[in-house]
Design a protein around this ligand. Sequence first.
Ligand code: SF4
Length: 212
Amino acid sequence: MPIPSAFQDHHKRLIGCRVCPDVQPPPVTGFTPGAAIYLLGQAPGPREQAAGLPFVGPAGRNLFKWFASIGVEESCFRSRVHMGAVIRCFPGKTPGKQGDRRPSPLEISCCASYLETEFGLLRPRLVIPVGKMAIDRLLPAKILDDAVGRVFQLDLDGHRFDAIPLPHPSGLNRWIQKDPGKSLLGEGLQLIAAHPVWQQVFGQDPTTPPPR
Ligand code: SF4
């Protein structure tokens, strides 16, 4: 299927973006024109930056294990779901610590236009925010216990969609290792598997082309 020119223009603008002085480009996004499902991550890490693909590190392996548990393998998922993030460049490490730096409000605000453009181009009917920062982008002030394991009907600039949040799949995330997080994660995955858009996109046979 030919890639619409508006999507090509957006891709070119995003990949060339160097607005934020403290992040490490290039920007990373899993481009899937025509996708009805949008996965919203937090920010790429160093592995994603090197590979130019979202969720390729250990956290990504966990994430794709979760989706495999509801019947969809990684390659199939990547070919049918658009994968964006709150910010698209690796923010770098937190000075003196192991973890990645949390993006600043200014960086999040600078990167917001790419998310808005993709929502406008794709009009996704199911959005899966992954991790607290991504959940906050759509559902401010929700703690994980109140966000994961539920479906939210949202309206963003007149575009209505369902959001089913998931926690961050990092092995360091203790919230998913014990209840209530462990059970809520399972409930969230079951809600995704049962959602009509997921069923329409992946259907009974994940090798058939996605309907749109
Ligand atoms: S984080 Fe977003 S706004 Fe900042 S340079 Fe990267 S793509 Fe551009």
